[in-house]
Design a protein around this ligand. Sequence first.
Ligand SMILES: [Zn+2]
Length: 264
Amino acid sequence: MKIYISADIEGVTGVTHWDDTRLGHTEFAYAARQMTREVAAAARAAFEMGASDVLVKDAHGTGRNLLLEELPERLRVHRGWDNSPYSMMAEVDGGFDAVLFVGYHSAGGSDANPLAHSFNSSKLESIFINGERASEFIFNYYLAAKHGVPTLFLSGDEGLAVEARTFDKNIYSVGVKSSLGDSTLNVSAKKGAELIYDGVKQALTKKDVHPIYPEKFDVIFRFRHHQDARRASFYPGVEQVDEVSVRVVSEDFLDIARAKMFIV
Ligand SMILES: [Zn+2]
């Protein structure tokens, strides 16, 4: 069994403010340590469930957050960015049996995390896929689903955890914090890691799961500034739908991810 983990930081236990998420800030030390602890818990559970290979994509900011010396020895870690449309899902392919998301956060436009956003938050306000507001989780889910790889686990803020298991009932999801305004209410750092360890063990008992992959993706990218929508409208296949939004339609989700890579 081969497992792919994509790890972000805004959905990690305790992380509340942008300063927590930025390499170089004093507060970042805790966030990186806890992100590492949560990824390690997920990987340990996967190995104990029989995984022969676990690849983790460090998928936040610089892509250089995880403390490698504190991760299980057999884990492979993808650091930095591969400059492909796969981005937070770099190197995922049909050879993997399942995807696990750790530390993920609610979408731009949601109030379930003070750090809710979708990809480049200074440019992009929100993304809609087939009429539904889509989080980074949903976007990345489809990049794996394209290769037939199901998502079986997600941890992050409670809002996203509920969204994930509602979206695909085969996902076991764990919320480590809830949110009101600029605040978060968290479980302890140790408990967060324990919930993830137990959750991944539960998640990996599922067999023969097929991911959701619609016949067609009708995607709206809604920008913060009209200038960015106009610029994006010149990318092949992209149509401007209002002052700040463009549409891309394809049966292949990689086309959507490719357009995002160049227009966002
Ligand atoms: Zn992030």
